[in-house]
Design a protein around this ligand. Structure first.
Ligand code: KIV
Ligand code: ZN
Length: 514
């Protein structure tokens, strides 16, 4: 008989703690909608005590999502728990997730508390959370480096206090799979009351073992696994959802465990996380990397053509990669375009559709083949659009082995023509320096990433920039077959978004994200 594993997605909380991955409310909402479509059981939407922005984002997600449970994280304190509850109480299925560290290293150096004090704080926190909701999760931070018998004591005490899920994290990614599996089995066996609650695992990837440790934890008896899309998260990241889910799916006869995830939504979710955070997936990443299903070697190609099972353990369609990826061309009409958008999961307002369709026609004039990925980028660019204060009219760059990289730029600034030129260490630096000088902006470039949207030398380059100025952070995107133009577009888009935030400081978080 197969048992079900609860998939607890923490992309919006632990994933958002990746350097440079912070998301605004509108971005969190788009991702939460995709996570619900993906069929995750629990969405951890944020850490409301961290900031007002986090609180607002969790509250808005909680008010919109109906099928998945919505969890909010809280330290083991009344104030944090009040904020967590304030943010999730409007959810159809709310959960409070409270935590305190249990390892001696954390007790001595960080908390400066004795073991008895930690047990008391954990119990008080769970009791208080339980007075607000039935659905309470407790996590023993740095659990894998804690004394196993102390862990059992803490877990036993919080279960008596009303916790319905207890989570054993490998917070620093230190555990080895056999060791972690044994620890989970030990805790499951020795903790009073454990069989009445859900035991969970939460692993980090510092030694590249997060997926292996999570699967070992499931073998040891855990029935919830905490994961993020693309494995994003603190430092080297968290366990990646797609790896665990596809491991359980592909080897069900080995593990005997299932999930409620609609695996066909994995690839769209992965793309969305990359588009929103600007964190590009490495090409050889399992399941969602660009090369995950690419067969390069002749002998492999030959085998796959004879029978896919020779070198493919999963069908790409199962994770949402369509094999029929060639979509529309320049003769495609608005109706076909709308149908394509619907099949990709986008339900656009008429005015948004007009803009995206116009951009599609422009691109179709330049390129013969328009792929799903191209359309996704156009949608992302147009939906992220704010009123243009700056518009790119013209860009000319000079660079090469002997030339000093130079950019000549023409912009419209609040409708007025402006022209400038400047140097840099490379053509993109020259372009950005020139645009910054012309617009009088002083933003810091926190992240820059460039990605070929599809194969071929005529592929569109997709550039994402993350800009920071005066406490505001904005993501800018641009796509073009010419990567210098794509970079300039992304930079100008980011500056527009920053300027919009600065000029409208009183807008709601949702409005600011648009
Ligand atoms: O890694 C960790 O220990 C955490 C807890 C808060 C669950 O993220
Ligand atoms: Zn974590």
């Amino acid at each position: 008989m197969t048992e079900k594993v609860v998939i607890f997605d923490t992309t919006l909380r632990d994933g958002e703690q990746s350097p440079g991955a912070s998301m605004n409310t509108a971005e969190k909402m788009r991702l939460a909608i995709q996570l619900e479509k993906l069929g995750v059981d629990v969405i951890e939407a944020g850490f409301p005590a961290a900031s007002q922005g986090d609180f607002d984002a969790v509250r808005e997600v909680a008010g919109r999502i109906r099928n998945s449970q919505i969890a909010a994280l809280a330290r083991a304190s009344k104030e944090d728990i009040d904020k967590a509850w304030g943010s999730v109480k409007g959810a159809t299925h709310p959960r409070i997730h409270t935590f305190i560290a249990t390892s001696d290293i954390h007790l001595e150096h960080k908390l400066k508390m004795t073991r008895d004090q930690v047990v008391e704080a954990a119990v008080d926190a769970v009791k208080y959370a339980k007075s607000l909701t039935d659905n309470v999760e407790f996590s023993a931070e740095d659990g894998s480096r804690s004394d196993p018998d102390f862990l059992c004591k803490v877990f036993g005490a919080v279960i008596s206090a009303g916790a319905t899920t207890v989570n054993l994290p490998d917070t620093v990614g230190y555990a080895m799979p056999d060791e972690f599996g044994r620890l989970v089995a030990y805790v499951r066996e020795k903790t009073p009351g454990m069989k009445q609650v859900v035991l969970s695992v939460h692993c980090h990837n510092d030694l590249g073992l997060a997926t292996a440790n999570s699967l070992a934890g499931l073998k040891g008896g855990a029935r919830q696994v905490e994961v993020t899309i693309n494995g994003i998260g603190e430092r080297a990241g968290n366990t990646s959802l797609e790896e665990v889910v596809m491991g359980l799916y592909t080897r069900k006869e080995h593990l005997g465990l299932t999930t409620s995830v609609n695996t066909r939504e994995i690839h769209p979710a992965s793309r969305l996380v990359s588009m929103i955070t600007g964190i590009v997936v490495q090409p050889n990443k399992a399941i969602v990397g660009a090369n995950a299903f690419a067969h390069e070697a002749g002998i492999h190609q030959d085998g796959v053509l004879k029978n896919r099972m020779t070198y493919e353990i999963m069908e790409p369609e199962i994770v949402g990669l369509s094999t029929n990826r060639l979509v529309l061309g320049k003769h495609s009409g608005r109706h076909a375009f709308r149908q394509k958008l619907t099949s990709l999961g986008y339900d656009l307002l008429e005015k948004d559709l007009d803009r995206v369709f116009a951009r599609f026609k422009e691109l179709a004039d330049k390129r013969k083949e328009i792929l799903d990925e191209d359309i996704e980028v156009l949608v992302a660019e147009e939906i992220l659009r704010v009123p243009d204060i700056y518009q790119l009219d013209y860009l000319n760059v000079v660079s090469g082995t002997v030339a000093v990289p130079t950019a000549t730029v023409k912009l419209k600034i609040d409708g007025q023509d402006s022209q400038g030129a400047g140097f840099g260490v490379g053509p993109i630096d020259a372009t950005f320096n020139t645009i910054a000088k012309m617009t009088g902006t002083r933003s810091r470039l926190v992240r820059f990433s460039i990605n070929a949207i599809s194969g071929g030398t005529d592929a569109q380059g997709e550039v994402m920039v993350r800009l920071q100025e005066n406490g505001f952070v904005a993501l800018g995107k641009g796509a073009d077959p010419d990567i210098f133009i794509a970079s300039a577009k992304a930079y100008v888009n980011g500056l527009n978004r920053l300027e919009y935030l600065k000029r409208n400081p009183s807008l709601s978080a949702e409005e600011r994200g648009l």
